[in-house]
Write a protein that binds this ligand. Sequence first.
Ligand code: SF4
Ligand code: SF4
Length: 104
Amino acid sequence: MNQTISAKVPFSTANVGKCMCPKCSVQSKSKCVGGKLAKIKEALAKSPMNREEIPGIYCSTGMATCSDIDAKQPCICGSCAVFSEYNLGTAKPAGYYCRDGMAK
Ligand code: SF4
Ligand code: SF4
């Protein structure tokens, strides 16, 4: 399957490992995200990974494929190592990638 990935942030297992999205309250009540997290080991073992199976790293892969997220909760991307490593504070959008799409 073709996947469009941000030119700024590589969709790598290393970056998925640093991503804070699984700890974010925007996603914490999502049953859809919970289901994906329950199968995350298998998803991470695939090469290439399938963005629909990884509920995070939206700065790289774009908007969440789960629709039951709560974007009224605070985005915690600012506390993420990927965010500082790729200087995402100067990119657009600068957070809420799950809602607004990948960093450009
Ligand atoms: S900046 Fe946000 S979306 Fe990107 S890896 Fe970090 S927590 Fe995940
Ligand atoms: S992109 Fe930001 S708001 Fe969305 S789940 Fe990740 S940390 Fe939370």
